[in-house]
Design a binder for this molecule. Structure first.
Ligand SMILES: [Mg+2]
Length: 261
């Protein structure tokens, strides 16, 4: 699909809002990337747009690599659904649920977090305590600290039987259970039964969501899908290559969401 066709589809979806799910990544998509994750912010304008979209559309959900409570705090709208920790946790109506298959790995993740704090934090890496997954951030430190962080978490993850992934300035360890933005998308589609769904994302982990939308479309669960790639200097090329529509940064996302109202 080219950009023009995608824009036409958005116009058509506006008239079918009751059958549309709007699923979106948060960091780099709704909030500009900043040196440390605690500095991130979703603008008041964007929050207002999301609130209006949630009134009009079947479902608006934020899907994030962060702790679910942090995803909620960033957007701060209680009526939305939040999937956090890359699909390991869902928050709605004030309640957080963890995927049951992941719980047996909780202590191993804690051990990796503890070791990373001893080994990497003194070098300047930021160890974010997230419960069922561990994230070590190295955006604002010299490149060699980033390399050391990736190497260390990969080795420890292997020793503890955890899965390790590398994103933009962050290396993460998690239980070896399939739970990612793709499973989050599938869970939401199977539960809320939209006929059309879009996902907006800027990073490698968002590709799981893109591919799951495609699978759901091929299975006939979704009549139409839209994969919105948010382009940035540091983003992976696949985000652009696999998108139906590419927008430029958080500003481009804001324009797109405005067009949906
Ligand atoms: Mg992102």
């Amino acid at each position: 699909m080219d950009n023009e066709a995608a824009l036409k589809q958005i116009e058509a979806w506006r008239e079918e809002a009751g059958s549309v799910a709007i699923l979106t990544d948060i960091d780099g998509t709704l909030a500009p990337i900043v040196p440390t994750p605690d500095m991130s912010e979703v603008s008041a304008e964007l929050r207002e747009l999301l609130r209006k979209l949630n009134d009009k559309y079947l479902l608006v959900a934020g899907i994030s690599g962060r702790k679910t409570e942090d995803a909620f705090d960033l957007i701060g709208i209680e009526e939305l659904v939040y999937f956090g920790n890359h699909g390991f946790e869902i928050l709605r109506d004030g309640e957080v649920e963890v995927v049951p298959e992941a719980l047996p790995y909780f202590e191993r993740v804690q051990e990796l977090e503890h070791r990373a704090k001893e080994e990497l934090a003194p070098m300047g890496a930021f160890v974010e305590e997230k419960g069922i997954t561990a994230s070590i951030h190295y955006r604002n430190v010299p490149p060699e600290v980033g390399e050391r962080s990736v190497e260390f978490v990969k080795a420890e993850g292997e020793r503890l039987g955890l899965r390790v992934t590398v994103g933009r300035g962050v290396v993460e360890a998690r239980p070896p259970v399939r739970a990612d933005k793709g499973t989050a998308v599938r869970t939401l589609v199977e539960e809320y039964r939209p006929r059309r769904a879009m996902f907006l994302g800027d990073d490698t982990t968002d590709l799981d969501a893109f591919r799951e939308l495609q699978a759901l479309h091929e299975e006939g669960l979704l009549e139409e899908i839209l994969r919105i790639g948010v382009e940035s200097d540091e983003g992976p090329p696949e985000i652009v290559a696999e998108a139906d529509l590419v927008v430029d940064g958080v500003g481009g996302v804001t324009n797109l969401l405005r067009a949906l109202l």
